[in-house]
Design a binder for this molecule. Structure first.
Ligand code: SF4
Length: 695
């Protein structure tokens, strides 16, 4: 309701998918003291550099505080009328397939749910996709192929209980720092525990690792094919588990056997290092294989994730303390978006387009006879359609696609030509907001109120403790207002009502075999919702909640699937014109397009300017510290050069954060092609063929 809290408030960090609990104590002058929440299961009081600095990000400078229509300040009524009219026009000219929403893992679950119900239930379009497509889609697709549903089997405690932790395509030390701290602390207590890092780069995560495998970018499938064959040939396959609970082992193994003999060639790794990796994994029943964007952001991302899961299924190392495949989410509420179905490939509550009873149940529950029956456009497809003028109206919420999508210059051109673009934002620092016909001022962290779900399925409250500034309002409220103008009243009085509805959706069409069930929370009172402690799903209405999935050996589908994973190299290869392979990723102290963290001097001090890293032997005389231009077939960007022997030969690395607001010439995604995984449609953001020259 926008009132000011007078006491310490438990809330949740708005950055990464670790989902740390935060205690914010407002100072009454618009600021707050920040501390880690010792009672939260994710962090037990720890915070990383970004979380610790949250109190320094609460300034109203550069905030978007009032609605704007065509660049002029407007009332909410006028702006909402304009949005409704724009979507009416888009529907009239292009039909439901010609309107779209592009939303974000920064949204709260309640905002996500509202946006999805508006798109699919009111507009009748499946064209709602999330920036989680850039983050988690390959893990989602792999979970569905393996388990029948998008389920992370394990919990963070498994990282402390494991004897071997394999970190694949993850600079955990910078990107999920509190999880890394938990591992380091566990290792200090139990020095026999070992960490293995699989990453083309030597990163901060390699510190203290027993083994670092600097494999060729994109070759993870070949490494895990080798492992699968090793496990089978050295008597580590769990015959009873395989027989009772799985299918596809023979086919997956046959595919792996066709790859494994060439694993050293594909990965560029020393065969002895591959053998050491396989032996270490094999002798440790308590192994967690954790992966992140180095696996997911790939044209073979789904196969990479399934190649990892295959090894756990073959050995039955899943669902038991200290063992399992573990995908960690990038964003604070990537998991929430998957739960609410705010992706073009899902309905809501993990209900599926292709299960008629589930589709019918949701259509009836929403009273939405025009509920779409097939998936809509995924992120890169959506912006390609926008460029081709096939989208008449687009609403972007809490994300900055002008910076984050591949083919950045093409996306900017598409946004500039959009017939009707609405952007809901907290800040004027968003490059995307600059293109909008209508700008809607959203509440920021500390003001808004709702829930998020972290990587281990724990739902936590994000609570407001600051007054609502200017005319800023919750995103769910703006969505509901436009829905009402288009003839559908949602009737929500606040986020608690939306959460109850979302929870009720997860109980529809039972007894389908679905893991995601929080219908036990559908009757929460407003007060119970307000006081909700961190709660792991599932929360069924009756019976016992499951802590780890598949602990009894079974999975959700009648049988878990080992999936054959053929080896495919990244789509864009290097050539004489563009001889280096560019990898992209995060910095320790920045978040996404820096609209929040970029305002904090002590966070900026960690990496004050855009840097491109090369191995010294690839520098060809370019001086360490000089300015260089990186150029691909699509665009160019300018960086300070850093030479580092930890960079794999033939590759370059640049962070993905820099926007036109902070470094106009260093937008890294202008270099990257929009190639995507054929199953998950996740773009291959960690691969572009470039050349580097003096600037
Ligand atoms: Fe926030 Fe992630 Fe840091 Fe925790 S680890 S404080 S969730 S950024």
């Amino acid at each position: 309701d926008g009132s000011i809290a007078q006491r310490a408030i438990r809330t949740t960090c708005p950055y990464c998918g670790v989902g740390c609990g935060v205690v914010a104590t407002p100072d009454g002058r618009g600021g707050a003291a920040i501390a880690g929440d010792a009672t939260h299961p994710a962090n037990a009081g720890r915070l990383c550099s970004k979380g610790t600095a949250l109190g320094e990000t609460l300034s109203l400078d550069e905030r978007l505080l009032h609605p704007e229509v065509n660049g002029k300040r407007a009332s909410w009524d006028a702006a909402l009328d304009a949005v409704a009219e724009g979507f009416r026009r888009g529907l009239a000219q292009h039909g439901p397939d010609g309107v779209a929403l592009y939303v974000s893992g920064q949204l709260l679950t309640e905002d996500y749910y509202a946006a999805n119900r508006f798109a699919k239930g009111v507009l009748g379009t499946a064209n709602i996709d999330s920036n989680s497509r850039l983050c988690m889609a390959s893990a989602v697709a792999a979970h569905i192929r393996a388990f029948g549903e998008d389920v992370v089997p394990g919990v963070y405690d498994d990282l402390e209980l494991a004897d071997t932790i394999v970190l694949v395509g993850s600079n955990l030390a910078w990107c999920h720092p509190v999880l890394f701290q938990r591992i380091q602390a566990a290792k200090a207590r139990r020095p026999t525990m070992q960490v293995i890092v699989v990453d083309p780069r030597r990163t901060a995560t390699c510190e203290g690792a027993a083994l670092h495998l600097p494999l060729r970018p994109g070759s993870d499938v070949a490494l895990f094919a080798s492992l699968l064959v090793h496990l089978a040939d050295h008597d580590h396959a769990h015959a009873a588990y395989l027989g009772a609970h799985t299918e596809g082992a023979a086919e997956a193994l046959a595919a792996a056997r066709s790859i494994a003999p060439r694993a050293a060639e594909f990965t560029g790794l020393d065969p002895a290092a591959i053998a050491r990796f396989c032996a270490a994994w094999a002798r440790s029943p308590r192994t967690v294989t954790l992966w992140s964007q180095g696996v997911n952001q790939s044209s073979a991302g789904t196969d990479k994730a399934n190649a990892i899961i295959n090894c756990h299924l073959l050995t039955g190392r899943i669902g038991t303390p200290g063992a399992g495949p573990f995908s960690v989410t990038g964003q604070p509420n990537a998991m929430g978006g998957r739960e609410t179905g705010a992706l073009a490939t899902m309905l809501a509550g993990h209900l599926r387009f292709d299960v008629p009873a589930e589709h019918a149940a949701l259509a009836a529950f929403w009273r939405a006879p025009a509920l779409p029956t097939a998936p809509g456009l995924k992120a890169t497809q959506l912006f390609a359609a926008l460029a081709e003028q096939r989208i008449g109206a687009l609403w972007v919420m809490a994300t900055n696609p002008a910076v984050s999508l591949p083919n950045g210059d093409g996306v900017r051109a598409a946004l500039a030509r959009a017939p009707f673009l609405v952007v809901s934002e907290t800040t004027r620092r968003s490059d995307t907001a600059g293109y909008a016909h209508v700008r809607l001022p959203a509440l920021a962290w500390g003001e808004k109120d709702g829930t998020v779900t972290n990587s281990e399925r724990v739902i936590s409250r994000q609570r407001g403790f600051l007054p609502w500034p200017g005319d800023a309002r919750p995103d769910w409220w703006a969505v509901a207002q436009v829905a009402a103008r288009l003839g559908t009243a949602f009737g929500w009085k606040g986020p608690a009502a939306i959460f109850r509805e979302h929870a009720a959706v997860t109980g529809l069409a039972r007894p389908s075999r679905r893991a995601f069930d929080i219908s036990g929370l559908a009757q929460l009172s407003d007060a119970q919702y307000d006081a909700l402690a961190p709660t792991r799903w599932p929360v069924p209405p009756h019976g016992t909640a499951t802590r780890r999935f598949f602990a009894a050996g079974g999975t959700l589908a009648p049988r878990a699937c080992l999936v054959p994973t053929p080896f495919r190299a990244p789509v864009e290869d290097v050539c004489s014109a563009f001889p280096l392979r560019l990898l992209t990723g995060r910095l320790r102290d920045q978040w996404h397009s820096m609209t929040r963290t970029g305002t904090v001097p002590r966070l900026m001090a960690h990496a004050p300017e855009p840097v491109l890293t090369l191995h010294p032997q690839d520098a060809a005389g370019l001086p360490d510290g000089g300015l260089v231009e990186a150029r691909s077939a699509r665009g160019s960007a300018v960086f300070r050069l850093a030479l580092d022997e930890g960079q794999r030969r033939g590759t370059a690395f640049a962070p993905m954060h820099w926007t036109a607001q902070f470094a106009p010439a260093a937008r890294v995604n202008a270099l990257v092609a929009p190639h995507a995984d054929p199953v998950s449609f996740q773009p291959e953001l960690k691969n572009a063929a470039i050349r580097v020259a003096p600037f």
